[in-house]
Design a protein around this ligand. Sequence first.
Ligand code: PRP
Length: 195
Amino acid sequence: MKLHPLVKEVLITAEEIEQKCLELGQAVSNYYLNEYPVQENTILCLGLLKGCIPFMAKFISYLVGVECETEYMVVSSYFGGVKSNGVPQILLDLPIPVTNRDILLVEDIIDSGKTIKIIKDYLTLKGARSVKVVTLLDKKAGREVDLIADWYGFDAPHVFLVGFGLDYNERLRNLPYVAVADTEKLKKWHWGAKK
Ligand code: PRP
């Protein structure tokens, strides 16, 4: 496969992501099946846009035996570039009440932990019965708040990553793998349709 020119190194291949989504789907399903009686096991999978899309699409297809509804919120703290500005903001809220719901937050990556912490606290305040977190990538070295993912796919190194939902200025989310970006090239890259 031809790599994108802004990719320095593929960290996690499409095949590895697929296998991990299957494992996470099974682990999460087992948890909810054991935790709650069958008639109560409709969970609310809540994706945090926009990065969650590729992971969430695959992950939920591997949930077995549990019913799930899907909803999304738009939360962002990067607004382009390679560094967070540190203040995650809710740009689009949930359209439904969450009182007594069992919510599974679905993320592409946890870095400082601020985004998930804010949303977890927010949902708890709104009356959710439980809030769990599944993320494809866990960048533990970036953590600035006390936050542990309930399930994660891969440990991520403390470098700028792109692909499979992770972006640079809204681009590169579509790569089928997770990769280390070539940050030197990124700085002087001229984006165009026919690179
Ligand atoms: C990214 C990512 C997480 C968050 C993680 O979202 O999707 O939501 O940052 O960072 P944190 O743990 O330091 O809070 P971003 O704000 O870039 O928005 P996006 O999903 O639209 O890419």
